[in-house]
Design a protein around this ligand. Structure first.
Ligand code: 6GU
Length: 245
């Protein structure tokens, strides 16, 4: 997977991806991250890459020329997505990440200020993407979110099994995890995890996943197909709740 990031701040992209899993993935040649400095392509004599908005209004808009020239300089492969990160984009999620992880090459455009000239979007962008309903000062942090979430789905980057059970791929939030020591500041690990009965442990984890999802993300349950076992758990849970009221 090759990421080509068009940005005014290439160091933000390069430094943040030079640790841990992303660093190892690059060393192994599984992913490649290039950051292209948009400002280097501006033909403006003062090296400006932004200007006032037509029609007036607050803030500055990134000009089309340096972005388009930067894009043309990278000569992307024949099939590639061009993602523009913006709060006005389609909402990003795990399913979107899985779809993008199948590409060979992804071009990412990071905006700043009040955004980029619409003609860039009309000319080269295939996907306008937002990572959530809040506003960031620039697209770089969103680009890093995409790069991380896509890279870990590329074969060989992390152990395949670890992406199968995690939050959002099962439709439920993940169960709690514990490691040594058995007792920390008087708090013990749930005994059931030491019982050695894998079926019992699986059931406990499933129950914990359901409880966590009800508590933190009840919206996820709307599109979730409960098993008979889940229903049984939840009926019991409701009875306990009633008892506690
Ligand atoms: Cl992708 N960019 C910016 N600037 N702000 C955001 C965003 C993206 N997603 C949510 N807020």
């Amino acid at each position: 997977m090759i990421f080509k990031v068009l940005t005014l701040f290439p160091e933000v992209i390069l430094s943040a991806t030079n640790y841990s899993i992303l660093k190892r993935a690059q060393q192994k040649g599984l992913i490649k991250i290039e950051a292209i400095n948009i400002r280097e392509f501006t033909l403006d004599k003062h090296k400006r890459a932004d200007d006032y908005p037509y029609g007036g209004g607050y803030g500055m808009v990134m000009t089309a020329q340096p972005i388009i020239d930067a894009y043309e300089s990278i000569k992307p492969g024949r099939t590639h997505r061009v993602i523009y990160l913006t709060p006005q984009g389609k909402r990003y999620n795990q399913q979107y990440a899985e779809q993008l992880s199948k590409e060979e090459e992804i071009v990412i455009i990071c905006g700043h200020y009040e955004g980029i000239d619409q003609r860039v979007i009309d000319m080269i962008v295939t996907d306008e993407v937002s990572i959530g309903d809040y506003v960031l000062s620039g697209g770089e942090y969103a680009a890093l979110v995409l790069i991380d979430s896509i890279s870990r789905l590329v074969k060989g980057v992390i152990e395949e099994k670890s992406t199968q059970e995690e939050s959002f791929s099962t439709g439920l939030l993940e169960y709690p995890q514990y490691t040594r020591p058995f007792e920390f500041r008087g708090k013990k690990v749930p005994e059931i995890l030491l019982c050695g009965d894998h079926e019992k442990i699986r059931k406990w984890r499933r129950y914990q996943s359901l409880l966590k999802t009800i508590k933190n993300r009840p919206d996820l349950l709307e599109n979730f197909e409960l098993t008979d076992e889940d229903r049984e758990f939840l009926i019991k849970y409701c009875e306990i709740q009633k008892f506690m009221l």
